[in-house]
Design a protein around this ligand. Structure first.
Ligand code: GUE
Length: 286
């Protein structure tokens, strides 16, 4: 009865389409390029960056990983971003978070050329998303990947009640904007929300992005709802789990994403898709 959303399968499909576009672009003399900047040696970040680099290379992109020491100053990081801003071989710039304390993250976001803002975090691009601005601009990859999953599984947000738990700039807020633009009725909930679980139970589409392992259980889900788990948490045994207790939730949900194998692979696939789009828009004016 319950459909388990196969993020790996949809990511594969997106990646195949990306590889095709990369081949076409190369025929026109354009190789899309991504630069990922990582400051410090956080082990989880190292793994993410390695995975991104591997995928980018596999899809035919020019991929640069710039590893910087944890002691990097803000001025040094800003100067490196400037170099990539004026490097024609680089179409997407991603500064991996978290950043060390001496670096002011919002200022870094602001320093990236909005046309190379492959994360879609620059206020110019966030503003465009919020205003449903016409034209082409990058949108945060995790929420965009979730919209792709919904479309692939025939879940149309129009007219539905959507609840997004989490108000971050990287997931919750852009997710709410995308769902609003797709004509859902959206509520953003967060750690200060009263009766959070009762609210969750009103959702036809429930997106959980809190970083709290197993916050949402089957009892908090409307029967038949679509449940999207953005969590990447560790349980007591160090195992990767989501913000949703999958075992109890899968008996209630109509569709549900697993962790791993749900939203995570879509984030990387969408990041590659966005990089290629940035190259097309900038070099071919499309
Ligand atoms: N500027 C910036 N942009 C980001 O997009 C960004 C970032 N910083 N910092 C860290 C987070 C985390 N993130 C993930 C992407 C893919 C998986 C992923 O592929 N997960 C797999 C497997 C994970 C595993 O097995 O460890 C899955 O869910 O199936 C996870 C996490 C991107 N982030």
């Amino acid at each position: 009865m319950t459909t388990i959303i196969d993020g790996k399968a949809v990511a594969k499909k997106v990646n195949e389409a990306t590889a095709t576009v990369v081949a076409e672009l190369k025929q026109q003399g354009v190789q899309p390029g991504i630069a990922v900047i990582i400051v410090g040696e956080d082990p989880a970040s190292q793994i993410y960056v390695r995975n991104k680099n591997r995928k980018a290379t596999k899809l035919g992109l020019h991929s640069v990983v710039r590893q910087l020491p944890a002691t990097t100053t803000q001025a040094e990081l800003l100067s490196i971003i400037d170099d990539y801003n004026s490097d024609d071989s680089i179409h997407g710039i991603l500064v991996q978070s978290p950043l060390p304390k001496q670096i002011n993250e919002p200022l870094i976001t602001l320093a990236i050329d909005p046309k190379k803002d492959v994360d879609g975090f620059h206020p110019t691009n966030v503003g465009k998303l919020l205003t449903n601005f016409p034209g082409k601009y990058p949108v945060a990859n995790t929420p965009r990947g979730i919209m792709t999953l919904l479309a692939e599984y025939g879940v149309d947000p129009a007219g539905k009640q959507a609840v997004v738990i989490g108000r971050s700039t990287i997931v919750g807020k852009p997710m709410a904007a995308l769902l609003t633009n797709a004509n859902a009725t959206v509520t953003i909930a967060h750690s200060r929300t009263q009766d959070l679980k009762a609210l969750a139970r009103t959702a036809d589409i429930l997106v959980v992005a809190t970083g709290i392992a197993h916050l949402i259980t089957g009892a908090d889900i409307k029967p038949g709802a679509t449940v999207i788990d953005v969590g990447m948490d560790r349980d007591e045994n160090g195992k990767l789990v989501g913000d949703v207790d999958f075992d109890s939730a899968q008996d209630v949900a109509g569709l549900i994403t697993p962790v791993p194998g749900g939203v995570g692979p879509m984030t990387i696939a969408t990041l590659m898709q966005t990089t290629v789009e940035l190259a097309k828009w900038s070099d071919l004016g499309e």
